[in-house]
Design a protein around this ligand. Structure first.
Ligand SMILES: Nc1ccn([C@@H]2O[C@H](COP(=O)(O)O)[C@@H](O)[C@H]2O)c(=O)n1
Ligand SMILES: C[C@@]1(CO)OP(=O)(O)OP(=O)(O)OC[C@H]1O
Length: 163
């Protein structure tokens, strides 16, 4: 087994929606980023890369590369999943936490889980997404941005086939 952790944060900027877990959530602000700013998917990518000691998302998809400008983070996640599988590991399960005072994540959590599970080629039961405010404390509590943590457990590809 291999374990990995990922963390990402993006500041709010002008806009009318945020992309979180592949879901477009209408909101009075957007997230500043080179890509679509999907902080949850970025944290998951980093957790997956961390689990196979392959660095981080910025190493594989630099924000200096125009090809990544405005890119759909689901594409990045699928590429990371392929790369992880190439090393002989596959996702066992993942658990993630979105830290945001607003907008509300709860109505969108099942849609996020479904998209993430599809991109990681696992059952939805292997994917948990939860959200918390910081009760108004700190930068997220002041509504300056959104952060996300993700933890993944990988299993050998052979073990998965044997299940
Ligand atoms: N952006 C958020 C933050 C939290 N939730 C949900 O609200 C519940 C209470 O959150 P706490 O701040 O007290 O941890 C919790 O069940 C969260 O799922 C949310 O939907 N969106
Ligand atoms: C995803 C990338 C690449 O478009 O850019 P951002 O959207 O700015 O996101 P960040 O979390 O800073 O991570 C890595 C980047 O290289």
């Amino acid at each position: 087994m291999r374990i990995g952790h990922g963390y990402d944060v993006h500041a709010f900027a002008d806009g009318d929606h945020v992309m979180i877990g592949g879901v477009r959530i209408p909101y009075g602000r957007g997230l500043a980023a080179h890509s679509d700013g999907d902080v949850l998917l970025h944290a998951i990518c980093d957790a997956l890369l961390g689990a196979v000691a392959a660095g981080d998302i910025g190493h594989h998809f630099p924000d200096s590369d125009p090809a990544n400008a405005g890119i759909d983070s689901r594409l990045l996640l699928r590429r990371v999943v392929q790369s992880v599988r190439g090393t002989g590991w596959s996702l066992g399960n993942l658990d993630a936490t979105v830290i945001a005072q607003a907008p509300r994540m709860a109505p969108h959590v099942d849609a996020m889980r479904s998209l993430i599970a599809a991109d990681c080629a696992v059952d939805i039961d292997a994917v948990n997404v939860k959200a918390t405010t910081t009760e108004g404390l700190g930068p997220m509590g002041r509504g300056e941005g959104i952060a996300a943590h993700a933890v993944v457990l990988l299993q050998p590809l052979a073990a998965r086939r044997a299940e």
